[in-house]
Design a protein. Sequence first.
Length: 210
Amino acid sequence: MQDFNWQKAHRSQRHREAEEIAILEWMFPPHTTPKSIWQRTEIIAFLIKKGRQRCVEVDGQEPEWIGIPIKAADFAWQLQHSEPMQIALIGFSRHIRHGAPRNRRLQTISQFSWVEKPIVSERPLQGRTVFTDAGKKSKTAVCVLQEKGQWSKNLIPGTEQDSLQMLELVAIIWAPAKWSSFPINVISDSQCAVEVANRIEDSLLGSIGN
């Protein structure tokens, strides 16, 4: 009987929490991305900062809790590796909730694609190694992989408008699409292309010429 009463009280408490939420404002990121590549962790951090500032303006104090609809493990990874997320939560000592919102009016939030731990690994994988390069004069990108003792070379033709950095990036992106059935390590001599590849996963892209 005590267990039943506790469960009933617990359900009633959750029901009250769900019904007590009142939507005062909707906040959105800017229509124009501030960067050519704007990572979703940066967007979430932007909204957290904006929401905290707005709560202080309206209510004079920080929010009681911040809800982030992602898994706790993914949030812990973001908080450890994302400087914008760390800055957005500086000084916040109250609760952070993970997972889908309890309120029915906010359930649509769970239908959106929320960033998780990236697929790209920061450390070398136990897999094969692909070497990528590009030629400025030939306007061609290339991926090279050793299979069964033989080197396999794949040429990717570009266009006259493609820059060397663009061709380098094409090769890096083409490699995991070609060899998607096993883990690969991609080696490139273009720092620009590598930085783009590390940031581009699940990001919003601004307006670019090519």
